[in-house]
Design a binder for this molecule. Structure first.
Ligand SMILES: Nc1ncnc2c1ncn2[C@@H]1O[C@H](COP(=O)(O)OP(=O)(O)OP(=O)(O)O)[C@@H](O)[C@H]1O
Ligand SMILES: Nc1nc2c(ncn2[C@@H]2O[C@H](COP(=O)(O)O)[C@@H](O)[C@H]2O)c(=O)[nH]1
Length: 186
């Protein structure tokens, strides 16, 4: 069977991690863990949510792509994808839109890009607050140049990304179920 990687992208709070976990649970899509130099959030664990790195250890790995996002480095390695594909033909990874563009160019046959969005940006603020982000972190995050960029589908992903509206989680899951059913039909 053709190996696939679901690349989930979109602005902060659109539900990328939530949808990634849904794909893992319901479609056996193995998580590709990425590396970052940002600090862990309260409920995050090294090796489960990210490999948390210092500015020095970050560059010890071989990256398929890496970016700077909101003043921190993030990167994904080819080795990490191979580990995920060794377990299942489906893998899943959460990336910013720059990373999603790179995957669609480097692994065009395998990559399925899901671009998540909501109909009103106020929803993003509310979700990040409810998630426990401090007001300061939330504002810094949503006001960063990268977050603002990721609020719009980049032209490079037009006609490539599948747009998933995640105002309501059950509806978003239905959109994903029908997309995967149509991909499986070929
Ligand atoms: N459709 C939804 N309705 C209500 N809450 C949601 C929905 N989808 C996700 N959430 C919640 O919103 C918060 C943000 O979701 P999540 O962490 O998955 O977003 P994200 O895009 O990965 O954010 P970030 O890029 O900042 O890490 C979480 O608390 C999650 O449980
Ligand atoms: N291009 C890449 N983007 C990545 C990678 N790992 C995560 N991300 C994206 O960064 C932002 C911020 O993430 P957060 O967990 O700090 O909220 C978000 O858009 C992630 O999707 C990566 O390896 N490469």
């Amino acid at each position: 069977m053709q190996k696939r990687i679901f690349v989930i992208t979109g602005a902060p709070g659109t539900g990328k991690t939530t949808i990634r976990d849904y794909l893992t649970e319901h479609f056996n899509a193995k998580k590709v863990i990425t590396h970052t130099t940002r600090q862990p959030r309260d409920n995050e664990k090294n090796g489960r949510d990210y490999y948390f790195e210092s500015n020095e250890t970050f560059f010890n790995f071989h990256y398929l792509e890496h970016v700077e996002y909101d003043r921190h480095y993030y990167g994904s390695s080819r080795e990490a994808i191979d580990v995920a594909w060794a377990d299942s033909e489906n893998a899943t990874i959460v990336l910013d839109t720059a990373g999603a563009i790179t995957y669609s160019m480097e692994l065009p046959k395998e990559t399925v890009v899901l671009y998540l969005c909501v109909s009103d940006t106020q929803i993003l603020k509310d979700r990040l607050t409810k998630r426990g982000d401090t007001v300061k972190n939330r504002s810094l995050r949503l006001d960063s140049g990268e977050a603002k960029r990721d609020m719009e589908l980049p032209v490079e992903l037009e006609g490539i990304a599948h747009i998933i509206i995640n105002d309501n989680l059950d509806d978003a899951k239905k959109q994903i179920n029908s997309l995967i059913a149509s991909l499986d039909k070929g």
